[in-house]
Design a protein around this ligand. Structure first.
Ligand code: NFE
Ligand code: MG
Length: 581
């Protein structure tokens, strides 16, 4: 039995370490560890709840904005504030834009190179690449000359010996199975996606002033202005046109490039519908309301739980069943480390007890992560695009059923194939397509409201803290790109006394609980085939399929700037770890 360590895992946000026991070319067991402490929840204590979102939004620079939304919602829940329709629409548009942009970046820039061998693209025949591209899509950038131009750029990179952003990949690894032409096509789309995502996210600059981290949130609504006759308004006819155009371009890209690429890659890697299954429990808080966040029945993304891979039943979600354990996490709880605490009573008391660097392995039978272990009704849950798509599918949502069935039919696979590494990738692409279709509708509604003079966007009734109860608690949620996000706030004497965020990547990347139940990454890695233990590319495939964000998951480097656990990597992929968190 060999222990394989990947630290840091790259092409993610934040600091993740995976230890895996490999025997007979298969992962027997795995441990997921967040290796950096952060402490935004502590920074929030004692502050005015109306400014919590500004701080909370900085939990992450990748799923930018999602923590602002969950935060304002937690305060609105605590104070009983209803927001105007326009605020709901603007929030939906910002969030859906984030979701789609995040999914595109994830597939092309963070994940594709686990499947696409950039260096093999130099062997492709540009004419055959053109044929391949035209056989799967109408996308216009598909001529022989176009692909030849891309190939010449890659050849220049490869022959210079400096692969730039493609350096230190596992090029030539036996697990790469695409023909050279598919590699060339995918590299071309990797480059196109860089431009596309940058353009598309201008919607956030329109509605939020900037990206990342839009600045127009307010407890009670938004600070964006709507005025059909005002060139300086956030929303005016010109801005509506711009947003529509940006959505149209992105929609074409998602439908003619992203989805066909996912289908093509899935077709070459059918095996990966059999690997990376994981827990079989899935949860979605649901989101994107058409009538307020209190009643989940109006959510565009439905709420629900699927247990034990049973798609015949969708269980309700009651957030009072959420707890977090620290049995295997570098924290201590008053009352002992074996008990679970509901986030409303949650504590953030860091206590590192792992090995002093440099070290070889973590003490995985003790505490081994800065992430806590969230559980629902004491069960581990997978969250994210796959969970959302499965909940919607099992709930019988027609559009989702139709899209999922079409993909399964094309690939000749049963629904159970979705419980896999490739299932996560397919679900994310389907979700991007579904979300972008919905975006147009929300922009239309905003346009309609503007045209009919309905411009109210903020409810200021409870703005004055003198109107607040002496103490209150609230829960704010969002379906962030990586899954169900919850913020719990406790307000006393107009100040925050406790704040807890339980985020998607904590659900997925968290360690074992006191019962020894694995987190979602840990469970998904069991049984992963490993062709070369020195280069465990296959582990990255499954871990990356969750789109890890450890910055979110462990919500400020400690005061000494000390990093626990990080050491020179015995194995890492491509260095792309923007430390914006
Ligand atoms: Ni930093 Fe995030 C998302 C949140 S974490 S990326 O999506 O919340 O998983
Ligand atoms: Mg937390």
């Amino acid at each position: 039995m060999a222990r394989v360590v990947i630290d840091p895992v790259t092409r993610i946000e934040g600091h993740l370490r995976i230890e895996a026991e490999v025997e007979g070319h298969q992962v027997k067991d795995a441990w997921s560890s967040g290796t950096m402490f952060r402490g935004i929840e502590l920074i929030l204590r004692g502050r005015d709840p109306r400014e919590a979102w500004i701080w909370a939004q900085r939990i992450c620079g990748v799923c930018t904005t999602v923590h602002a939304l969950a935060s304002v919602r937690s305060v609105e829940d605590a104070l009983g504030i209803e927001i105007p329709e326009n605020a709901r629409l603007v929030r939906n548009i910002i969030a859906a834009t984030q979701n789609v942009q995040d999914h595109i970046i994830h597939f092309y820039h963070l994940h594709a190179l686990d499947w696409v061998d950039v260096t093999a693209a130099v062997k492709a025949d540009p004419a055959k690449t053109s044929q391949l591209a035209q056989s799967i899509s109408e996308w216009p950038l598909s001529s022989t000359t176009y692909f030849k131009g891309i190939q010449d750029r890659i050849k220049t990179l490869v022959s210079s010996g400096q692969l730039s952003l493609f350096s230190s990949g596992d090029w030539g690894h036996p697990a790469y199975q695409l023909p050279p032409e598919a590699n060339l096509m995918a590299v071309a789309h990797y480059i196109e996606a860089l431009d596309l995502q940058r353009e598309f996210v201008r919607i956030q600059a329109v509605l939020g002033g900037k990206n990342p981290h839009p600045q127009t949130y307010l407890v009670g609504g938004m600070a964006s202005t709507i005025d059909a006759n005002e060139p300086g308004a956030t929303v005016n006819p010109e801005r509506i046109d711009l947003m529509r155009q940006l959505v149209k371009n992105a929609r074409a890209f998602v439908q003619q490039v992203y989805l066909p690429d996912v289908l093509a890659i899935a077709g070459f890697y059918r095996d990966w519908f059999n690997h990376g299954e994981g827990l079989g429990n899935f949860m979605a808080y649901g989101d994107y309301s058409s009538a307020g966040v209190k009643d989940a029945s109006n959510f565009f993304i439905p709420r629900g739980i699927i247990l034990g891979r049973d798609l015949s039943k969708v269980h309700p979600v009651d957030v009072s069943n959420v707890t977090e354990y620290v049995t295997h996490s570098w924290y201590e709880y008053s009352g002992g480390d074996q008990v679970g605490k509901h986030p409303a009573q949650g504590e953030t008391k860091p206590k590192y007890s792992g090995p002093k660097p440099p070290y070889e392995y973590l003490k995985t039978d003790e505490k081994y992560s800065w992430l806590k272990s969230p559980r629902y009704d004491n069960k581990p849950m997978e969250v994210g695009p796959l969970a959302r798509v499965l909940v919607a599918y099992a709930s019988g949502r027609p559009q989702v059923k139709q899209s999922v069935d079409a993909v399964l039919q094309k690939l000749n696979l049963p629904p159970t194939a979705l419980f896999s590494t490739m299932g996560r990738i397919a679900a994310r692409a389907l979700e991007a397509d579904i979300m972008i279709g919905q975006l147009e509708g929300w922009i239309d509604q905003l346009h309609h409201n503007m045209a009919s003079g309905n411009v109210r966007i903020h409810n200021g009734e409870k703005w004055n803290p003198d109107t607040w109860p002496k103490s209150c608690q609230g829960f704010g949620f969002h379906e962030a790109p990586r899954g169900s996000l919850g913020h719990w706030i406790e307000i006393e004497n107009k100040k925050i006394v406790n704040y807890q965020a339980v985020v998607p990547s904590t659900w997925n990347a968290g360690p074992r609980d006191p019962q020894g139940q694995r987190g979602a990454y840990e469970a998904a890695l069991q049984g992963t085939p490993i062709s070369d233990p020195e280069r465990p590319l296959e582990i990255l495939r499954t871990v990356h399929s969750f789109d890890p964000c450890l910055a979110c998951a462990v919500h400020v480097v400690n005061a000494n700037g000390q990093r626990y656990g990080a050491r020179p990597s015995p194995y890492s992929g491509i260095a792309f770890a923007p430390s914006m968190g």
